[in-house]
Design a protein around this ligand. Sequence first.
Ligand SMILES: Cc1cc2nc3c(=O)[nH]c(=O)nc-3n(C[C@H](O)[C@H](O)[C@H](O)COP(=O)(O)OP(=O)(O)OC[C@H]3O[C@@H](n4cnc5c(N)ncnc54)[C@H](O)[C@@H]3O)c2cc1C
Ligand SMILES: *[C@@H]1O[C@H](CO)[C@@H](O)[C@H](O)[C@H]1NC(C)=O
Ligand SMILES: *[C@@H]1O[C@H](CO)[C@@H](O)[C@H](O)[C@H]1NC(C)=O
Ligand SMILES: *[C@@H]1O[C@H](CO)[C@@H](O)[C@H](O)[C@H]1NC(C)=O
Ligand SMILES: *[C@@H]1O[C@H](CO)[C@@H](O)[C@H](O)[C@H]1NC(C)=O
Ligand SMILES: *[C@@H]1O[C@H](CO)[C@@H](O)[C@H](O)[C@H]1NC(C)=O
Length: 525
Amino acid sequence: MARTPMILHLLLVTLFILSSKTASSSASSDVDAFLGCLSAAIPPSLIKTPATNSYSELLMSSVRNLRYVLPGTTRPFVIVAATEPAHVQTTVVCGRRHSVRIRTRSGGHDYEGLSYASVDPHEHFAVLDLGELRAIHIDASRAEAWVGSGATLGELYYAAAAANQTFGFPAGNCPTVGVGGHLSGGGFGALSRKYGLSADNVLDAVVVDAEGRLLNRSTMGKDLFWAIRGGGGESFGVVLSWKVRLVAVPETVTVFSIRRSRNQSAVDLITKWQAIAPALPRDLYLRVLVQNQQAAFVALFLGRCDRLVDTMRAHFPDLGMAERDCQEMSWVKSTVFFFFNTANIPNEVLLNRSNADYFLKVKSDHVQEPMPRQAWESLWSKWLEKPEAALVMLDPYGGVMGSISPSATPFPHRNYLYQLQFFSFWFENGTAALEKRMSWVRGVYEDLTPYVSKNPRAVYVNYRDLDLGTNELEGGVTSYAKARVWGEKYFKGNFKRLAAVKSKVDPFDFFRNEQSIPPLPAKKW
Ligand SMILES: Cc1cc2nc3c(=O)[nH]c(=O)nc-3n(C[C@H](O)[C@H](O)[C@H](O)COP(=O)(O)OP(=O)(O)OC[C@H]3O[C@@H](n4cnc5c(N)ncnc54)[C@H](O)[C@@H]3O)c2cc1C
Ligand SMILES: *[C@@H]1O[C@H](CO)[C@@H](O)[C@H](O)[C@H]1NC(C)=O
Ligand SMILES: *[C@@H]1O[C@H](CO)[C@@H](O)[C@H](O)[C@H]1NC(C)=O
Ligand SMILES: *[C@@H]1O[C@H](CO)[C@@H](O)[C@H](O)[C@H]1NC(C)=O
Ligand SMILES: *[C@@H]1O[C@H](CO)[C@@H](O)[C@H](O)[C@H]1NC(C)=O
Ligand SMILES: *[C@@H]1O[C@H](CO)[C@@H](O)[C@H](O)[C@H]1NC(C)=O
């Protein structure tokens, strides 16, 4: 009889050891001492524990994936709502001292909720929320801006255009995405064929490192400055603000959205689009969105309607685009159009920081050779007609994307025709809906294997996907060998250099999450 508890005890100990092998747990963290350390330097009103009234409101304020607030996901035991750089420095220093991990959150749009949740029930972590650090200062005479990480893309677009209608910024299509995470991972959008990623247009940054120091471009060293421009959020420190180059856009741009169903040759058009869109002039961005069994061809042209019609006739006559499809507007209005699918709402909608919550799962790919028509036919009949089909987005590269060196920044995927996203979002809260959607996205991904990038299958780090693998510990730090499995999909040959930078700036691996960059192990003798 006495042996059963002993075996149980051993089992529990084993389970504990196994579970504490995951990269994110912090068995020896001292939560109370950490909170005491914080409150010595940060006003109590900015330290929100679950006992505080506003904890839930703040937590939920920028949660974009409800999958990561379902029962079973672990919430932070405290959220620090930083309003000054010193609050961030204090949080890092206290975290180091008392072994408490920090998840930094800017806009909360991480596809896998890494900025506010953990799937490890043993993890005690703090969220460092940068939502209040969102000042934007435009230097119109130099066409540059300093922007706080907590600003949204919509706020940046609005402020740039308010300073001068000919200022734009290359970044994503969703206005509530946070500058902090977006620039950390790259930042792709409608201006990227002409001007590259957001990260390609970063001139300087202010970072709090693992020692709690405040660094800028001239003090952080060129390796760290390289790593933070596309190496993905969290791994290297907390970026407080970014100095960016604003880019030139005409006072009037033109957009269109042309829908075609399968019986109107959508499959033919997509097949042709694959080679045409990446080769279009840089002033023209033409993406495809497939939803509800229709393909929408959506364009931004940096010029007027007449020239757009000529360009489309010359390059893609089969789409039948004509003057009646044109809508001319300011560039900032086009950012409204791209997200809300209408230009008939005021630009101030870009300043609305809240957005609809849903459950989300995304998988993404890169395509190097046009997929054969047959592959699109079967994708359409087997997958796209299902009620649980995801929104499928095809975004062309080419232009400047293809002329920047793959090692200029950590983002290596410069030479593909286009990226492909299966963006599944749903509103029903239940296991059946969840499983249906998840298996749709995973099934498509599996089926497309013969047609997409290989060795490695290339994925953009801002389209975070934990299916690719998650970190494990080895000797107290994240295992490099294990991390390569997902890391080379995101970064190819740049992964090793990222790990080398990590060894230099955060050798103890303080800034860590399920897919943070591991330190490069010292050379074995
Ligand atoms: C609806 C939607 C649309 C999107 N559209 C696009 C698009 O058009 N183009 C595109 O390229 N991407 C797009 N994305 C992806 C988006 O770029 C990434 O999710 C990005 O990382 C989000 O940044 P964030 O600050 O909102 O996220 P967060 O969840 O706050 O952060 C993302 C990651 O970065 C870390 N992090 C956040 N802030 C900092 C900081 N200041 N310093 C260091 N680390 C930090 C976090 O810990 C987390 O690991 C979209 C995402 C969504 C949900
Ligand atoms: C806006 O920028 C353009 C060109 O960059 C410049 O010619 C113009 O004077 C600026 N307008 C204002 C109002 O500053
Ligand atoms: C960077 O920081 C150093 C040291 O704090 C400071 O002297 C310098 O002016 C800063 N550079 C910029 C561009 O702000
Ligand atoms: C094509 O399909 C759409 C919807 O899928 C339908 O409304 C339309 O009637 C069809 N047109 C033809 C010509 O079959
Ligand atoms: C902001 O967006 C949210 C979510 O879409 C919406 O419910 C709310 O009404 C919007 N607020 C304003 C002021 O437009
Ligand atoms: C979903 O359902 C679970 C279990 O019934 C509940 O605890 C949770 O609050 C719900 N979440 C949302 C976002 O509705």
